[in-house]
Design a protein around this ligand. Structure first.
Ligand code: KG4
Ligand code: ZN
Length: 332
């Protein structure tokens, strides 16, 4: 493909648009984070949806402007179809379909998890399958055996309860940090002792599935046990120890999966992959490792454009009847 790919991502609370070349080079990657959900302690779908409506048009304009491109150069439009918040997804997905239809362009409906995976396919990394993938975000935590660039995930394990990002967010909330709390918890943890408290990493749970619910409860009980002034005084130690347990829980399963599959290459994606101590621990594994820069780990549209290169593009008007989906990764 010689033309450009324009992609939209609105699965949660970030309004994103990006332009990449057909060869996977990023020309622009615009992310507008809605800082309006903090006081509710989580994303409110209706509010996210309304903000996407207001932000999408300027974000799209900015993506084209920053790419130095016009719509005339766009050959393929893509948007996230799911999983995510339906009311949020529907804004970007409808806009993408509408934009494509107005110009009778082909349209690719992209799976969000395929997007996180496809961040590794972008230039300059161009990490090629086969590899083991760890996706750890606010909504998902999974291990997959990646054999090609396509959207079908061969799942090896996934979380049975909370996602790793959710564990970060819930821990952050308990420690009085804002939402989403992963990055804030990492900052607080930087000044604490990761060995001050022994939190569980579900290390005795066999197999490749994850579980973070027990960890969150352990933090809650520890905070109660310490009592308010002491818990407040030791916030950094609590954060560092909690973060250490999440990183350990992820690492244990990655090691097991590498052993089980014999894979020597690992790609990591999703918002939690922006975490410094996790990135450092992964670098010690001794395998060929691809962890995209933090801005390509958290939600963005460049990764959706990247996945679009390996998704089925439908011709106008075949895509007009497509709808979004809230859960499930294998609908394409
Ligand atoms: O991939 P993402 O942007 O959105 C979803 O698809 O969910 O991931 C968001 C999640 C949030 O839970 C956020 O707290 C977490 O990623 N996160 C982090 C860091 N940056 C974002 N967790 C730990 N450390 C970070 N630096
Ligand atoms: Zn995501």
């Amino acid at each position: 493909m010689t033309g450009l790919i324009l992609a939209i991502e609105t699965s949660c609370d970030d309004t994103c648009a990006a332009v990449i070349t057909g060869a996977g080079e990023i020309r622009s990657n615009v992310i507008s984070s809605q800082q309006v959900h903090d006081r509710f302690g989580g994303v409110v779908p209706e509010i996210a949806s309304r903000h996407h409506l207001a932000l999408l048009s300027p974000v799209l304009d900015e993506a084209l402007r920053a790419a130095g491109a016009t719509l005339d150069q766009v050959e393929l439009v893509a948007a996230t179809r799911g999983p995510g918040l339906v009311t949020a997804l529907v804004v970007g997905f409808s806009a993408g379909k509408g934009l494509a239809a107005a110009r009778e362009l082909p349209f690719a409906a992209v799976d969000h998890l395929h997007g996180h995976l496809a961040a590794s396919f972008l230039r300059p990394a161009e990490f090629e399958p086969p590899f083991l993938a760890l996706i750890a975000s606010g909504g998902h935590t999974l291990l997959a055996d990646v054999r090609d660039h396509g959207p079908q995930l061969r799942l090896l394990g996934q979380t049975l309860d909370d996602a790793a990002g959710e564990a970060f967010d819930k821990g952050a909330r308990l420690l009085g940090l804002g939402y989403p709390g992963g990055a804030a918890l990492e900052r607080l943890a930087a000044g604490g002792d990761p060995r001050a408290f022994a939190f569980p990493a579900a290390e005795r749970m066999p197999g490749l599935d994850f579980s973070f619910a027990g960890l969150k409860t352990a933090l809650l009980y520890k905070v109660r046990e310490l009592g308010e002034p002491e818990a407040e005084r030791r916030r950094a130690d609590l954060a560092a120890s909690y973060q250490r347990a999440i990183v350990a829980a992820l690492l244990i399963r990655v090691r097991r999966a590498l052993k089980q599959t014999g894979a020597r290459r690992l790609a990591v994606g999703g918002g939690v992959a922006a975490n410094g101590p996790l990135r450092a621990a992964l670098a010690e594994l001794g395998v060929e490792l691809e962890v995209p820069p933090p801005a390509l780990c958290t939600d963005n549209a460049a990764m959706i454009a990247s996945a679009a290169r390996y998704s089925k593009a439908l011709r106008f008007p075949a895509y007009l009847g497509l709808d979004v989906y809230a859960t499930g990764a294998q609908r394409l």
